[in-house]
Each structure stands twice: as structure tokens, then as C-alpha cells.
Write a protein that binds this ligand. Structure first.
Ligand SMILES: NC(=O)c1ccc[n+]([C@@H]2O[C@H](COP(=O)([O-])OP(=O)(O)OC[C@H]3O[C@@H](n4cnc5c(N)ncnc54)[C@H](OP(=O)(O)O)[C@@H]3O)[C@@H](O)[C@H]2O)c1
Length: 368
């Protein structure tokens, strides 16, 4: 097994698919053997436009061909959202490992089907919440875990990305059938990051939504208040999340975690009473690609600026898919679970579904 090369088949040759393929090409233990789409010319043209060469891969219009191919070990699912669940279930039943795009399932029934199929077949899965490999988010998680913020009191995450007809998936993403909701189509990245960075699970949600941008069948901004479980006999941590396509500003992935010792607010570490010791932070930080600078805020308060790659771009070409695909491949060879499997992603999806349900009931609290 150790010197085997894993065959990859991909379904849904579009914007994000090109980045999956680029990352598989960047892993020496995988080989792209087949692509599945509705039209070969169109698919190959899209890949050429994205600068990704996979001329050696055969093409099929029948997904079944990926499922039955003996030279395919991994199926990468990059189709519109309403196709994910049935394709993931079929891939798992066929014994193929999975790279599954978000959202995994659009409702509880789909989530259950994916979970059962993956559990029964024992295949490995990874879900494309690739910001787990972004240097800033890795640092944010570490900072909170290592106690630099103290006990967490409040968290606020934001996914603000203006998506209109420039987007290649505009025909499907704006529909109830496929895009479904802003949280399921996009803001699930922020829900996932909230769970991952805080290390806490959401208990209750109360949400409101509104529809501003034309062309969408679903509400285009949602604001969610949440309680997060911080353990027995401890008051819940409060959190808030905004997911919107309506706002006139560049793509913004907002990260704020406020503890009883210090606060992280995007690229700033802030405090009131006890300053964060910069020398000690520099010495403790395990990441080569994170640096710090002592700064003053506009009101003259001391702060620490974090200098690293921020999650600041909507362009998939800037997203760290390599880390995600390398983890999946390592886990297949080492026969262990990925940390971002369909079971973990299901918890994120459940928060999104509960928030959408709460918003549909005008903010009534929903237990996740
Ligand atoms: N993780 C991330 O950061 C990230 C970023 C962007 C997108 N995504 C996810 O990736 C998936 C694909 O998004 P994308 O941006 O790549 O969209 P896209 O550019 O529209 O690509 C999807 C491809 O799926 C194929 N397809 C198959 N059945 C289709 C149908 N019924 N309607 C429309 N297209 C169909 C199309 O290729 P053919 O016409 O050749 O069949 C299309 O090019 C979505 O689930 C999205 O949520 C994730």
C-alpha cells in the first residue's frame, strides 16, 4: 500500500473543481484518472481557463462510471449542492473515499444518509472547510486553546461575500432547490470556523433573516444568536454569526473571540487590565508563518497585530485546498479518520439548518 498511487475521479467540473484537481496534482501519491460532467468540451475549456492541465484524465458523462472504475480510489464531489448527498452516498457504497464539497447535506435526512453510508462502508471522508489550513485560523484556534484569551466569554464570526451573476454557479446557487440558504451555500464556512476555533458546540440558536439582493430565491442576510456549551456547571458562551451577500464591502471573513483575559479581533490581540506578553507569545507560537507587531489602536491603546495570511479572499484559487487533500491522502494510507470528516461537518450543517428554521419562525429559539 505504501508506494501505491491513489486514482482520483472528480464529478462537477467547475470553479472549485479546478482547485481540487490542482491540489491532487500537487500530491505525489494521487493521480487524476477520470472527470465526470455534462459536456466534455465545456469541462476541458473551464480547466484550461483556470490554468489546470489534466489532459491524461478520461471523461465521462455517467457518474456510474466513476463508481465502477477499479482504478478510482477517491471521488471528489464538486457539483451543485442538491447533488452532494446522493453522489456521496453512492460513492461510499461503492467503497470510494470522499472529498465532499460543502454543504454536505441540505436537510437532516440527507445528513443521516451520508453518515450511514460512510459509517457502513468505512471509507475516509474530508469535507471542504479548507480554511482549517489557513495560517490565521490555525493560529486563532491555537491562541484560544493555549489560554492566551483566558476563558471564552463571547465569539462573533462573519461571512460577508457579495455573490451575484459574476459567479459561475449563479444559475443554481440562487435557487431554493440547490443553493437553499445563505448559511448552507456559503456561511457554513463561518459556522464551521466558529465551532473549530472555539472548540465548543452550539446548543440553541435564534435567528432573523431578510432578502435584499435581487435574483435570489432565498433570504440573502441572516443574523444568528447562539448559546455554546462550555461544560457542566459553567455558563454558556454566547456567540453571534452573520452570513450575507448583501453588504457593500470586500469579502470579509470576520473572526472575534473575547475571553476574560484578552480578545482576538481579526488581526489584533487586545486587552484591558493585563497586557499580553509579546515576547512570551513570540516564543510560544509554533507557527513559522505567523509574525507579530506591537501597535497602538486609534484611541492609543496598546495591541498586538498578527501578520500572516488572512482568510480574506472569496477566490477559490487563494484557498488552501492542498492541506485538505494532503490530509485525506495521509489518512487513507494510515487508515485513520480525517479531522474534517462528514461526521464533524454534520454538526456544522445541523447548526445551519436550525438557524434557518429559527429565522423562518421569526427568531423563535431552536435547539440544535
Ligand atoms: N469550499 C469552498 O471554498 C468552495 C468554494 C466554491 C464552491 N464550493 C462548493 O463547490 C460546489 C461547486 O461550486 P462551484 O463554485 O465550483 O460551481 P460551478 O462553477 O457551477 O461548478 C459546478 C459544476 O457542476 C456541474 N454540474 C453538474 N450538474 C449540474 C447541474 N444540475 N447544474 C449546474 N451544474 C451542474 C457543472 O459542470 P457541467 O456543466 O460540465 O456538468 C458545473 O460546472 C458547490 O457545492 C459549492 O458550494 C466550495
Amino acid at each position: 500500500m505504501a508506494d501505491r498511487v491513489l486514482g482520483v475521479g472528480l464529478v462537477g467540473v467547475g470553479w472549485v473543481a479546478a482547485q481540487h484537481l490542482q491540489a491532487f496534482k500537487g500530491n505525489s501519491r494521487t493521480r487524476i484518472v477520470a472527470l465526470c460532467g455534462r459536456n466534455e468540451g465545456r469541462a476541458r475549456q473551464k480547466l484550461a481557463a483556470a490554468g489546470v492541465r489534466v489532459l491524461e484524465a478520461r471523461f465521462t458523462t455517467r457518474y456510474r462510471d466513476l463508481l465502477t472504475a477499479p482504478d478510482i480510489d477517491i471521488i471528489s464531489i464538486a457539483t451543485p449542492n442538491h447533488l452532494h448527498a446522493s453522489q456521496a452516498v453512492a460513492a461510499a457504497r461503492a467503497g470510494k473515499h470522499l472529498l465532499l464539497e460543502k454543504p454536505t447535506g441540505l436537510n437532516h435526512d440527507e445528513l443521516k444518509q451520508i453518515r450511514q453510508a460512510v459509517t457502513r462502508s468505512g471509507v475516509r471522508s474530508i469535507v471542504s472547510f479548507e480554511l482549517h489550513y489557513n495560517p490565521y485560523l490555525r493560529f486563532a484556534k491555537w491562541l484560544r486553546e493555549e489560554g492566551w484569551l483566558g476563558r471564552l466569554v463571547f465569539a462573533r464570526f462573519q461571512y460577508l461575500s457579495r455573490v451575484t451573476d459574476w459567479y459561475s454557479g449563479w444559475s443554481w446557487v440562487r435557487t431554493n432547490k440547490s443553493g437553499r440558504s445563505h448559511l448552507l451555500a456559503a456561511g457554513c464556512h463561518a459556522v464551521d470556523a466558529l465551532r473549530w476555533c472555539t472548540g465548543l458546540e452550539v446548543m440553541d440558536v435564534s435567528a432573523f433573516h431578510t432578502k435584499v439582493t435581487r435574483g435570489y430565491q432565498w433570504p440573502t442576510t441572516i443574523v444568528v444568536n447562539m448559546t455554546m456549551d462550555s461544560g457542566r456547571n459553567t455558563a454558556p458562551v454566547l456567540a453571534q454569526l452573520t452570513s450575507s451577500t448583501d453588504l457593500q464591502l470586500p469579502y470579509t471573513f470576520g473572526v472575534e473571540m473575547m475571553g476574560d483575559r484578552a480578545s482576538l479581533r481579526d488581526d489584533l490581540i487586545l486587552w484591558n487590565e493585563t497586557p499580553v506578553d509579546l515576547a512570551a507569545l513570540r516564543a510560544a507560537c509554533p507557527f513559522d508563518n505567523v509574525a507579530f507587531e506591537e501597535v497602538k489602536t486609534q484611541t492609543g491603546a496598546s495591541a498586538i497585530r498578527i501578520k500572516t495570511a488572512m482568510p480574506g479572499s472569496a477566490d477559490v484559487a487563494h484557498h488552501p485546498f492542498q492541506g485538505e487533500i494532503d490530509e485525506l491522502v495521509d489518512c487513507i494510507f494510515e487508515d485513520r479518520e480525517t479531522h474534517l470528516n462528514v461526521h464533524d461537518a454534520e454538526l456544522t450543517m445541523r447548526v445551519c439548518i436550525a438557524a434557518d428554521r429559527s429565522a423562518a419562525r421569526h427568531g423563535r429559539s431552536v435547539r440544535v
